[in-house]
Every structure is written in structure tokens, then in C-alpha cells.
Design a binder for this molecule. Structure first.
Ligand SMILES: Nc1nc2c(ncn2[C@@H]2O[C@H](COP(=O)(O)OP(=O)(O)O)[C@@H](O)[C@H]2O)c(=O)[nH]1
Ligand SMILES: [Mg+2]
Length: 464
């Protein structure tokens, strides 16, 4: 791993921009303590340059003319026991935009450089304090939308995911060594593994990786939420349903068919599970003009992406061909049929719908106007994920990048196993195993490119 990077001192406002109780301006690098010493006037008679690590000091930040800017608390962490493993100073100011900005400006004038997004965490990674999945977990914790996703990300930060990868790696290294020994000295008695045991170990490593890859389905739901698409004819109450589930008026609701043109996306948490709810434009049988065609096209794209479909039907009207056409488009997906407007005179009931959708599909009768059936619908939505109760088993693969690298490793292991069974060339077999190991090294960040790092750290905010 290359450890070469510009070791200058960086600074940033680490708290969100806006009004708040406190604001934190953070510095990291060789000159952090010196720079702060030049603008910090402690209340007690201490020499800030020599105070011990992990201590907090009360005083004032002053500008070049010794004018007081703010009353502050300054925390100091000396290398290597800090977030970045470099000297870190955190200045706790009164919150708000003005003071934190002024202090940041003063620091930049004193030759600290404004940090790039995620640069503090990137330094923690480049200095070897955390690996790449742990750095990614920092971002996932910051961005977590539910308790469950925060918990899963924290496990990654604490290294549980990385230890699983380490374990697979050591097994692969051992496998490689045994195979090479077996091939070199097939008749030696003291070679502990025989052909069958090697074959079993291949299968076990394959299975471990395949099981890990499988957990991505749950990991993705935790991180991104369940992509839930509300579909149906115009005017059946799709936008009203979105508003009701959100508990606020997000989408425009009107009697005029075709009110919703663009798909709206909102996040909601129901019983701890995150749903990415999409309200689509209704699909009309005969689009009239260009806008109709555009919104129908967009709606169809959303149909494809949905993990869960809420198919809304107006129960006060007869089932039409248009309802059936839409159902045909989504029937392969996991679907909940929502029979709306039960407050009006019923024209169809669940039995009528079952005639064309069969017995296996969930149907629920609701009235958005009366707010009846909504809790039951939410329960059905939650039941769709992990049967409504989440019991985590083992560490989850949470990121697409991780899944891809695991799949790459698995592919090479499968190739190696095939060669092993066919008694193929040992060089080729070793080469495959090495490629598998390299994929895992790339996963944890032992092998990386600037491109990979940029794509990861650019997602961060400045100051983390
Ligand atoms: N009576 C009744 N009207 C409803 C109900 N849900 C929605 N509506 C009305 O149906 C019309 C169309 O609703 P909207 O949500 O815009 O439908 P969309 O085109 O499917 O998004 C509006 O006038 C709503 O007030 C309901 O449960 N009962
Ligand atoms: Mg609508």
C-alpha cells in the first residue's frame, strides 16, 4: 500500500452548517497544535504546546489583532492516538455560521489547508488505522436512516466484516500452500491433507463466500431501504396513499386524472424498516400528448426497479382492462393489491380481484378518506421484509462494491476448484487462487487505486 500523501495540516468545520448549540472546527496534521497555539489564549496558565493528549482547555480564540473571536473549548489528541493518527485539535465554538467560518478563515491564513470531503477518514485509512470497509462504514453510520442500519454499519466499523474477510483469506492462503505441497510431493506421508480433504476445503470456502454474497439482499435493504413503487390507473388514489403513509401532503392530489407527472420519491420508516416510496404517474391506456408518453415511460422504469409494488385499484369502479394491463406488468414482482375508496359504494371486492390475480397475492381494502386499513397495509409492507421481524444472523454485506469483490473472488475460486478436479496445471490453479486473494485484498483496501478512493471519499462531507 502506498502511504505517500501530502502530510500538510488540514482543517474543516465538522458540524453541519447552520444554527446549532456548538460548532466544531477540526485540524489534523503535524502543525495542528502549533497553529492553534498561535490563536488560542487559554484561561489557565498552561503552555498549550506541551499539554498532554486527550485533554480539554477553556479559553478564547483571537485574531491577528488579539481581538477575541469566541469563547471556546479546545480538545487535543496527540499522534498516534487520534482519529487520523496525526495530531488533531478540535475547537468547540458557539454554534452558527459566522463564528465557525471566521475561525476557519483564520486557520487557513495560518497555513492550514481546507480539507477535502472525507479527508480526515481518508488519512485514518492511509495511515493504516482503519481498513477500507471500516472507512466506508463511517459514511454509512453518518448516512444511516434507521436504528438497524446504524447498528449494522457500526459492526462494520468495529471490524466484524473485515475479520470475516481475513478469515477467508487465511483459509485461501492455507489452501494454496497445501495444494502446492500436495502437487510437489504427492506421495509424502507427512502431508496432512489428502485429495479429498482439499476438495472439501474448496467447497467450504466457496460456500462461505456464497453465503456472504447472499446476505447482500438484506444488507441493501438495511442501507437503501425497500424500493416500494405505488402503481395503478390515474385517479385511483396513489398520491393520496403516498401522503397518508408519509403523514403529510407531499404529492398533489386532485380529481383531475394525470395530475402526477413525475415520479416522487420519499423515505419512510415503518416499524424500524426503511421504505423508499415512489409515487408514479398513472399509466393511461391511450397517452394523449408528449407529456403523457414521457411520464408513462418514467413510470415503467420504476416498475422494473421496485422490490415491492403497491398496486392501487379504485374499489368504487368496475375493474377495467387498464387495471389488468398494469397488473400484467408488475405481477412477477412482489405485489400488494390495495383496494381503495372503501368509503364509497363498493363496485368490486377482494373476491372479484382474486379472479384474475389468484389466491397467493395479498389484497387489502382501505379508505384513505376514512383512514381505514392503513395500519393493516403497513403491517403487510413490513411483513414483506424478513417476515416483519429482523433477526440478524452474522455479518451482512452492505455495499455493492463489497459484493462485486466477493463475487470476483468466488469466481476465481470456482475456476481453481475446477482445475483441481481436472488435475489441471498447478501454475494456473495457483494463479486463480492468487486472483481470488487479490480481489479480497482490494475489498479491504490493501490494494487500491486513486479512482477507488475518490469514489468512496467523495461521498463524504467535508470535516469527516
Ligand atoms: N372517496 C375517496 N376518494 C379518494 C380516496 N383516496 C383518494 N381519493 C380521491 O381520488 C382522487 C384522486 O386521488 P389521487 O391521489 O390524486 O390519485 P392518483 O391519480 O392515483 O395519484 C382525489 O380527488 C382524491 O381525493 C378514498 O379513499 N376515498
Ligand atoms: Mg397522483
Amino acid at each position: 500500500m502506498s502511504l505517500i500523501y501530502e502530510k500538510d495540516t488540514i482543517c474543516a468545520i465538522s458540524t453541519p452548517i447552520g444554527e446549532g448549540g456548538i460548532g466544531i472546527v477540526r485540524l489534523s496534521g503535524d502543525n495542528a497544535i502549533q497553529i492553534v497555539d498561535s490563536i488560542f489564549k487559554p484561561k489557565s496558565k498552561i503552555n498549550f504546546l506541551s499539554v498532554p493528549s486527550h485533554t480539554i482547555h477553556y479559553g478564547h480564540i483571537v485574531d491577528n489583532n488579539n481581538t477575541i473571536i469566541d469563547e471556546v473549548l479546545v480538545c487535543l489528541y496527540r499522534a498516534p492516538r487520534s482519529y487520523t493518527t496525526e495530531d488533531i485539535v478540535e475547537i468547540n465554538t458557539h454554534g452558527g455560521i459566522v463564528l465557525t467560518r471566521r475561525i476557519l478563515d483564520i486557520l487557513i491564513n495560518k497555513d492550514a489547508r481546507l480539507a477535502e470531503p472525507g479527508e480526515f477518514t481518508k488519512r485514518a485509512f492511509l495511515n493504516g488505522r482503519i481498513d477500507l470497509p471500516q472507512a466506508e462504514a463511517v459514511l454509512d453510520i453518518i448516512k444511516a436512516k434507521t436504528d438497524l442500519s446504524a447498528k449494522a454499519a457500526l459492526e462494520h466499523l468495529e471490524g466484524q466484516f473485515s475479520s470475516c474477510i481475513d478469515e477467508v483469506r487465511s483459509r485461501l492462503v492455507a489452501l494454496c500452500a497445501h495444494i502446492e505441497a500436495y502437487v510437489d510431493f504427492p506421495d509424502e506421508d507427512d502431508i496432512s491433507f489428502n485429495n479429498e480433504q482439499l476438495s472439501d476445503e474448496f467447497k467450504r470456502v466457496e460456500e462461505t463466500l456464497a453465503t456472504m454474497i447472499d446476505t447482500y439482499k438484506n444488507g441493501e435493504i438495511l442501507r437503501e431501504g425497500v424500493h416500494t413503487v405505488i402503481v395503478g390507473k390515474p385517479n385511483v388514489g396513489k398520491s393520496s396513499l403516498l401522503n397518508t403513509l408519509l403523514n403529510r401532503d407531499r404529492a398533489i392530489v386532485s380529481k383531475i386524472p394525470g395530475t402526477t407527472r413525475d415520479a416522487l420519491e420519499e423515505l419512510i420508516e415503518i416499524h424500524g424498516i426503511l421504505f423508499r416510496l415512489v409515487d408514479t404517474a398513472g399509466i393511461m391506456k391511450t397517452p394523449q400528448h408528449e407529456l403523457d408518453y414521457l411520464s408513462v415511460g418514467k413510470t415503467q422504469q420504476h416498475y422494473e426497479k421496485g422490490d415491492l409494488i403497491l398496486f392501487v385499484i379504485d374499489g368504487s369502479q368496475a375493474l377495467s382492462e387498464a387495471d389488468q394491463d398494469i397488473y400484467e406488468k408488475v405481477r412477477k414482482k412482489h405485489c400488494i393489491i390495495v383496494l381503495n375508496k372503501s368509503d364509497l359504494k363498493k363496485c368490486i371486492n377482494e373476491k372479484d380481484v382474486r379472479v384474475w390475480c389468484g389466491d397467493d397475492v395479498s389484497i387489502i381494502t382501505i379508505s384513505i378518506v376514512n383512514k381505514s386499513g392503513i395500519a393493516a397495509l403497513e403491517k403487510k409492507m413490513v411483513n414483506f421484509v424478513w417476515s416483519g421481524k429482523y433477526e440478524q444472523q452474522g455479518v451482512l454485506v452492505m455495499r455493492y462494491r463489497h459484493k462485486k469483490m466477493l463475487e470476483k473472488a468466488l469466481m476465481h475460486i470456482r475456476d481453481a476448484y475446477l482445475l483441481f478436479k481436472q488435475k489441471g496445471e498447478i501454475e494456473l490453479l495457483s494463479c486463480d487462487l492468487r486472483d481470488a486473494l487479490n480481489a479480497l485484498k482490494e475489498l479491504v483496501g490493501e490494494i487500491y487505486s486513486d479512482e477507488i478512493l475518490n469514489s468512496i471519499f467523495n461521498e463524504f462531507c467535508v470535516g469527516k
